[in-house]
Design a protein around this ligand. Structure first.
Ligand code: AMO
Length: 451
């Protein structure tokens, strides 16, 4: 192989001693009296580069080797190297067990500074906000890098499940003429002569795919919520993982698909990144056992009260502390990190959720809680047009405004259901991170539109 062909750091271990070329950014420089060390990192890992320090030009300067003009120039170039600069290096690879970092090092033959870096504005103890200001530098850290490799593996595993089942991937529009979840938390924008809204969820259009005869579908795409809160779990733009399937008997079928997807995703992450996650996040990835525990919402509130915490409003959804408490209960009782809360009251669910046959005060829906935080909502949908219209009216919605959506149910549609799941929340809880700001590539919140 010609020396100029770039070798990734992760491939060095399998290479024999000899000429090699690596490229990446300078993580550290240790400029010692007799020897200089550079830690170079690329997208796959870090490697130690070494060269003897040549501080002076030998009197009878040899053409090459220690004391030569070239060696002196290299020493000076390394001393002047800025952290973060991108460099291309050719040299001699040597396997040496004594080298802590991967048991190998590269003796620098030549070094080219491809792009010089200013002094970094962030440090290990910088605040999260400051790190986000400089997200591109923050992401160079191996821990941050791992988050997005985990995300890739997770989504790939989910896709495998969907594709094997013959599901169709869709991309639904994010510019809409109406609200997709509720009038609250809705971004409105100028749209030529009129207004448009940013999609809060692909809800209506994933249901449309059922009327279109697509059967199972999925989408991984952006969703927007004009939520002014500054919690660790809310963003104004987030990636939503959505799936919808036809011919279900109940929301249990949606939950079964949901479980299958998560098991596949966690298994793939554990297999591929388990060791690195343990090392960098001090977290043991547990592949969840099926079936996940299921607890009706009212029962969950009762169990939480027994632990000494009363959910503030009896007629509302469980609150964040309640979610933490029910998760603690489930962990202690079933040794499980997940719990489906089921049987949500119709009063706190959207009009499109199917209401329980024989008891319309509850819906055939669920929330999925993972390690103390809601990650998902799912339900069987109401597909009977007369019932759906009545439920919309019951929620104070004008069927005329929703006519494009209601049309989906007027020309034949199979029974169906699905779920939406926040990607960054799953990653946050999987990796034991404290905020979705850490697990979102570029976080968007009420006071953050940059970078
Ligand atoms: P819901 O509104 O519960 O349901 O949203 C589903 C999931 O999306 C994530 N999520 C958010 N993540 C970050 N920031 C936010 N502001 C935010 N809002 C929601 C959460 C949440 O559980 N159409 C239904 C889903 C369905 O029934 O298919 C919906 O959007 O993880």
């Amino acid at each position: 192989m010609p020396v100029t062909a770039r070798t990734l750091v992760s491939q060095l271990a399998a290479q024999p001693d000899g000429p090699v070329s690596v490229a990446g950014w300078v993580e550290t420089v240790r400029d010692q009296k007799k020897v200089q060390f550079v830690i170079l990192r690329d997208e796959t890992g870090a490697v130690q580069l070494v060269t003897p320090a040549t501080r002076e030009l030998a009197e009878d300067a040899p053409a090459e080797g220690p004391g030569s003009a070239a060696a002196l120039a290299l020493t000076e170039a390394i001393s002047a190297l800025g952290h973060g600069s991108f460099v291309r290096v050719t040299g001699e690879l040597k396997h040496d067990e004594r080298v802590k970092l991967g048991g190998l090092e590269v003796k620098i033959g030549s070094l080219e500074v491809v792009s010089e870096a200013l002094e970094t504005p962030i440090a290990a103890d910088s605040s999260l906000d400051k790190r986000l200001d400089w997200r591109f530098l923050d992401l160079r850290h191996p821990k941050q890098n791992l988050i997005f490799r985990v995300q890739t593996t997770f989504l790939h595993a989910l896709r495998n499940v969907w594709v094997e089942k013959g599901f169709i991937e869709i991309q639904t529009p994010k510019l809409m003429a109406s609200a997709s979840e509720s009038r609250a938390e809705l971004f409105q924008l100028e749209y030529f002569e009129g207004v448009a809204y940013l999609a809060q969820s692909p809800q209506f259009f994933k249901q449309m795919a059922q009327s279109a005869g697509f059967g199972g579908i999925f989408e991984v795409g952006p969703a927007f919520r004009a939520d002014p809160s500054f919690t660790s779990r809310h963003a104004t733009e987030f990636t939503s993982i959505d799936s919808e399937l036809s011919w279900i008997d109940s929301h249990e079928d949606v939950m079964a698909l949901h479980e299958e997807l998560l098991v596949a995703g966690f298994q793939a992450v554990a297999d591929k990144h388990g060791d690195e996650i343990r090392e960098l996040f001090d977290v043991e990835v547990t592949v969840p056992a099926r079936p996940f525990p299921r607890i009706p919402l009212a029962e969950a509130k009762r169990l939480v009260a027994e632990r000494g915490y009363t959910v503030p409003r009896a007629d509302a959804d469980i609150d964040p502390e309640g979610e933490r408490q029910i998760s603690a209960y489930v962990r202690e009782t079933y040794g499980h990190e997940f719990v489906f809360l089921t049987d949500y009251d119709s009063s706190i669910r959207p009009f499109y959720h199917m209401r329980r046959e024989g008891d319309p005060s509850i819906t055939d829906s669920y929330d999925l809680i993972f390690n103390g935080v809601e990650i998902s909502t799912g339900a069987q949908r109401e597909h009977r047009i007369d019932v759906l219209e009545a439920q919309a009216r019951d929620k104070g919605l004008e069927p005329e405004e929703l006519s494009f959506y209601l049309d989906f149910f007027r020309y034949g549609v199979p029974p169906h259901g699905g779920f939406g799941m926040g990607l960054a929340r799953v990653l946050m809880l999987l990796l034991g991170e404290s905020s979705i700001r850490e697990t979102t590539y570029l976080f968007r919140g009420p006071t953050r539109l940059l970078p």
